[in-house]
Write a protein that binds this ligand. Structure first.
Ligand SMILES: [Zn+2]
Length: 380
């Protein structure tokens, strides 16, 4: 049975960083949520998705027109996930609860489940980042080995080559299998989660019906062949799956990120903030195009430390976090460009495919964490 996980008491850096970020918001007079910038961005991304879909099913007459349109649909769908539903799910989109809920439900409209995302992402991944056996985001066994404590199998030596094909199956697996498997088992991975209430279950089921209708029923009614629909659905999965997987992997599955084993007594060695800093890596900071498309998830450290702050503020928060980390001598991990982050992810996959040892978090707890008692939350 998995022990109840406990982080040491909040460190001096944790308290100081929150004080500085609070002071920055107070002095700049800015709201922690997205405001008008997010409303404009939301309309742009939703219009991009709708226009691409209408072009695809209503106007594309040749294979190359359909290919371009479905690539656009795949990227726009990822954009909805990165920027709109993700902020809504973290309640950082707006100070209005209904607007956060509305934007969060966008996930149900693109095939996912806001109910299970809340469990998997907000409650598990954000608390227990890169902890093998708890964080479902590093669980791809037996296909991939993403942590030294996971079983090494013969095919993992080639995983840096075939991982990309597996990433392409991510959306279809998520939409058609994962959410239903979670529902039947009452678990996300090894973590027991509550059952959805009637309203949440209706949303989940209606979302699936809506999404699958857009993928199959509408094109069939408009006279497209089932072969063309299936082929374009495969291409949609490749574009959507690889773009989503890559953004996650560049933040948590790179050489610079630590993988953590569950300690026998459940007491984690690093404080919660230091744990996030050890397991999370920024990429391509200062690249406005990447930052816009991935919804600020290139500033993944800032997102993990301040998930209730809208991603539009992450570049400013990054300066505050970096300065504090330097002062407190805690590593701030960052790959300067997308290409460097992708290279690091490939090397990480190659290393995990060859390594049998189980090095875990190497940083020793700092002095301020010497009295481990304060439980942040308990895992399964
Ligand atoms: Zn998040």
């Amino acid at each position: 049975m998995t022990p109840k996980l406990k982080f040491p008491r909040h460190s001096a850096l944790h308290r100081e960083l929150h004080r500085r970020v609070d002071a920055w918001f107070h002095e700049s007079g800015r709201s922690r949520t997205g405001g008008l910038r997010m409303v404009i961005k939301t309309f742009l991304i939703l219009a991009w998705l709708a226009a691409s879909y209408i072009l695809l099913v209503g106007f594309a007459n040749t294979w190359w027109q359909a290919t371009l349109a479905v690539i656009s649909v795949g990227l726009a769908t990822s954009g909805v996930g990165f920027s709109i539903m993700h902020d809504g799910g973290h309640r950082s989109y707006s100070s209005r609860t209904w607007l956060n809920r509305l934007t969060f439900y966008c996930l149900d409209l693109i095939g996912g489940s806001s109910f299970y995302w809340n469990q998997k992402h907000n409650r598990i991944h954000h608390h227990y980042t890169n902890i093998d056996g708890v964080d479902e985001d590093i669980e791809a066994q037996p296909w991939l080995r993403l942590a030294p404590s996971q079983t090494l199998r013969p095919w993992h030596r080639w995983q840096h080559w075939f991982a990309w094909a597996l990433y392409s199956f991510l959306p279809v697996k998520w939409v058609l299998y994962d959410d239903f498997s979670n529902l039947v088992r009452g678990k996300v991975g090894n973590n027991p989660v509550p059952r959805p209430k009637a309203r949440e279950l209706v949303f989940l089921l209606l979302g699936k019906v809506w999404f699958l209708s857009l993928v199959f029923v509408v094109p069939l009614v408009l006279g497209h062949s089932i072969l063309a629909i299936l082929g374009l659905y495969v291409l949609f999965n490749i574009v959507n799956g690889v773009s989503m997987a890559v953004v996650f992997q560049m933040a948590h599955c790179v050489e610079e990120a630590e993988m953590v084993q569950i300690p026998a007594d459940g007491r984690l060695p690093l404080g919660w903030l230091e744990h996030q800093l050890a397991t999370t890596v920024d990429f391509a900071p200062g690249n406005p195009v990447v930052g816009w498309f991935v919804g600020g998830l290139n500033y993944q450290i800032e997102h993990h430390l301040f998930p209730r702050v809208s991603h539009v503020h992450y570049p400013e928060l990054a300066e505050i976090v970096q300065t504090a980390c330097a002062e407190y001598d805690v590593a701030y991990r960052c790959n300067p460009s997308v290409w460097q982050a992708l290279g690091s992810h490939c090397r990480f996959l190659k290393r995990m495919g060859a390594q049998t040892g189980a090095p875990v978090v190497e940083d020793a707890p700092s002095e301020s964490e010497a009295e481990p008692n304060e439980a942040v939350a308990g895992a399964a």
